[in-house]
Design a protein around this ligand. Structure first.
Ligand SMILES: C[S@@+](CC[C@H](N)C(=O)[O-])C[C@H]1O[C@@H](n2cnc3c(N)ncnc32)[C@H](O)[C@@H]1O
Length: 212
């Protein structure tokens, strides 16, 4: 399932500019090895925030560093701390950061984010969550005390290929736990007391919020 109509999807793809060497390589590698990365539009959304705000970013879920690179390319004084549990992916990400010339702006912390996140100092101006779907809420809770007053929260995959909108007993590709976690977070970001935000139909659905 896709969020957007096929025609609209194709149109948006046609608008994508040519990617730089390492970024194009990352997309090829992700597609070849089935490594999950954000849609280009989500990467560009994050990049736009970084270009305008030059924030200190905390990213949960690096994979091979595709979304990190989108952000890091636009930073000047800002930097990205990115958390990844898979050591092989971390090695690949570090290699890409070096070759893309952004290693000085990126700190990759290896290990389970549930353990490494509480050790990060902050304050962070932008939190990007894109790791284990069932743990999303926990990452946001753990990061809360480390976020600056005006921090922005961006969360990927909150529409889960559109499957969050299906009835609860429908057959789905995403597992029940992940769907339940996304539905819960969607409510929290739009009508909860801690966050003031919305769910944008960008990529696979992007939660975007400021503190309430
Ligand atoms: C969707 S991928 C991240 C994609 C990346 N943000 C991008 O768009 O280029 C999710 C990553 O989170 C990692 N991950 C899952 N659970 C984690 C955890 N508890 N701590 C740290 N990383 C985790 C996975 O190993 C995987 O590489």
């Amino acid at each position: 399932m896709r969020i957007l109509d096929e025609q609209v999807d194709r149109y948006l793809e046609g608008l994508r500019p040519e990617r730089s060497g390492p970024m194009a390589e990352m997309e090829e590698l992700a597609s070849r090895d089935g490594i999950p990365i954000v849609h280009w539009e989500t990467g560009r959304f994050l990049a736009t925030l970084c270009r305008a705000l030059d924030p200190v970013v905390l990213e949960v879920g690096t994979a091979i560093g595709y979304s990190t690179l989108h952000m890091a390319e636009q930073l000047r004084e800002g930097r990205v701390v990115t958390l990844e549990v898979d050591p092989e992916r971390a090695v690949r990400a570090r290699d890409f950061f070096a070759r893309a010339g952004v290693a000085d702006r990126v700190e990759l912390v290896e290990g389970d984010a549930l353990e490494t996140l509480p050790r990060q100092e902050g304050p962070f101006d932008l939190l990007f969550v894109d790791a284990a779907k069932g743990e999303y809420r926990r990452y946001v809770e753990l990061a809360d005390a480390k976020l600056s007053e005006r921090a922005l929260l961006v969360v990927d995959n909150l529409l889960m290929s559109g499957e969050v909108a299906l009835p609860e007993d429908a057959e789905t590709r995403w597992n029940d736990e992940s769907l339940a976690a996304a539905r819960e977070l969607n409510v929290e970001l739009t009508t909860g007391s801690r966050w003031f935000g919305s769910v944008l139909p960008v990529g696979d659905g992007v939660g975007f919020a400021a503190r309430a």
